[in-house]
Design a protein around this ligand. Structure first.
Ligand SMILES: [Zn+2]
Length: 434
């Protein structure tokens, strides 16, 4: 694959960069405030790659240097039962999870596989350093599975609370490792620990929201949607913890607008958070680019009470140039904060009407849609895309053996020196039974 098939443009100053030769370029080098880079793919009309059944059919708009053979991509279909119940005529479901009859083949039951594949495919040729990825749960599982299946060296760093979400349907590859931050550390603490590890020789950072491969991978949800619907949807609903999926959907919809074939109207973002931890929703309600202040203790107390524990980033890319605030502003978007009771009810409604279980974040997204319809925010004839970011675990359990992943490394604290880190990673892995 040509390495110059994409450039990276700063969302703040517009400067164009070539990707780094040996790593991932994650930042603009100009002296200005925080900003995301975006991929630029030139003016060519989008051409799908029919040889690829999975997300690499959208390779032209992925910042990658190789491709993987995988059937994984978003299944998009029109809802009948649920749509009728909530009063919508054009509700399209973007299902990311396990539901074979509908085309759902993600065995981790999470849309994070859409991130894991392009990130692995963006690695420079000949790079055998270990990718360091932090996660609140489903990202970690997706990388554990994808990297194991395709032998990509990786270290996944999660807080202890996310350990139950670390399971696989394949054997964990020996070069794929799981590190657990013990105690009351949360996602942000895991991010900070991972950043420190990534500075060591032999490791490099995946980059989270700053990695364009992650965002454009998630943006393939919108590409799968226009392929099924034939046009850019009027509305896009998703549950957000970091908001990266929302940014990704916005970037891809703008790319489609410029390409022109699927319409030039803005796809309005509707991003849903889970009470009582809804920092971005609270900030957007008062039209602020800054997140409301909250002590670490208060935030962690609230995160413990979430229905969906993955919606828990204390420092989401909200105010950064090219981030959630800009995406909402550009699309005249809206944010919602729904209760866990609303989410549970939405999950029950979906399973009884459509026939598949959802994961808690997808339940939160549907609860947001129900709220929006009730409030009259959208018209019944509008074309609505609901991104169901996870589901199908119950079905998967009937068909596959699910293996819990044991940690390779345990860290008592994120406050650890580089030399201590190195020592532990090199010399003190936990001995697991052969
Ligand atoms: Zn810049």
């Amino acid at each position: 694959m040509e390495t110059d098939s994409y450039k990276l443009q700063c969302a703040r100053c517009g400067k164009l960069h070539a990707d780094a030769e040996d790593r991932f370029l994650l930042h603009c080098d100009e002296d200005h405030g925080p900003a995301l880079l975006r991929s630029e793919y030139g003016q060519e009309p989008l051409t799908l790659q029919p040889d690829h059944p999975g997300l690499f059919r959208y390779s032209q708009w992925l910042p990658i240097r190789s491709v993987f053979d995988t059937p994984v991509r978003t299944a998009v279909f029109r809802s009948e039962n649920l749509a009728e119940r909530i009063g919508l005529e054009n509700l399209w479901l973007a299902f990311n999870g396990y539901w074979p009859e509908r085309g759902g083949v993600m065995e981790t039951c999470s849309f994070k596989e859409l991130e894991a594949f392009p990130v692995c495919a963006r690695r420079p040729e000949g790079c055998d350093d270990t990718l360091v990825v932090s996660s609140a749960g489903n990202t970690g599982r997706a990388f554990l599975q994808t990297c194991s299946r395709h032998a990509v060296p990786a270290l996944i760093v999660v807080p202890e609370a996310a350990l139950p979400a670390m399971w696989l349907t394949v054997e964990k590859h020996p070069e794929v490792k799981l590190a657990v931050l013990q105690g009351d550390g949360d996602y942000l603490d895991a991010i900070e620990l991972a950043a420190k590890i990534a500075e060591l020789d032999g490791y490099f950072p995946e980059g989270g929201a700053k990695n364009v491969a992650r965002r454009d991978g998630m943006g393939t949800v919108v590409l799968a949607a226009v392929e099924a619907i034939g046009k850019v949807p009027d509305h896009y609903f998703q549950a957000v913890g970091s908001g990266t999926g929302g940014i990704a959907a916005w970037e891809m919809s703008r790319r489609l607008n410029r390409e022109g074939r699927y319409g030039s109207h803005r796809m309005k973002l509707h991003l849903v958070q889970n009470e009582p931890f809804a920092l971005m929703s609270d900030a957007w309600a008062v039209e602020s680019r800054d997140l409301p202040p909250m002590t670490e203790k208060e935030a962690k107390d609230r995160i413990h009470r979430l229905h969906s524990g993955v919606l828990s980033n204390r420092k989401p890319p909200y105010g950064i140039s090219g981030g959630v605030y800009d995406a909402l502003t550009d699309t005249a978007g809206q944010m919602y904060s729904v209760t866990s009771e609303e989410a549970l009810l939405a999950g029950w409604l979906f399973e009884s009407l459509e026939g598949c279980d959802l994961d808690p974040a997808a339940e939160v997204a549907l609860a947001g849609l129900v709220r929006a319809v009730r409030q009259g925010t959208i018209d019944s004839s509008d074309v609505v895309l609901l991104n169901l970011t996870g589901g199908g675990r119950k079905r998967l359990e009937l068909e596959e053996t699910i293996q819990a992943v044991q940690p390779d490394y345990l860290f008592a604290s994120k406050n650890i020196s580089h030399s201590q880190l190195e020592k532990q990673l090199l010399h003190a892995p936990i001995k697991t039974p052969a």
